[in-house]
Design a protein. Sequence first.
Length: 135
Amino acid sequence: MAQEAFEEIVETFEFLDDWEDRYRHVIDMGKAMDPLDDALKVPATKVDGCASQVWLHSKVEQGVLSFDGDSDAMIVRGLIAVLKGLYSGLPVDEVAKVDAVAELGRLGLNEHLSAQRSNGVRAMVERIRSVAAAA
């Protein structure tokens, strides 16, 4: 079961018929995120495996995962926003139960992202899962 925030993204995608509109929506979601403080853009928060620069700063408070992120690529910032909708606010023991491929597939992202972007999304999901598993 996906987070309510992610369900809202799914509903918006269902409303947008054209993939270009969906792509623009993802970019707008990224633009709407607060930028990550430069002090948090350090090697420990950098996600390897992404073609662009990506940082995820995760927190676990009272067993609940939250994270902020940033990227130098607008579409990737939007993908971070999508992943926040999917994972942020989940209890850490629920994170591994989320089938990210299936959930992101509901948005049609699997067919519309380049191989490099797909690898980057996988790397971000792995980072999120490892943070939750370590908590």
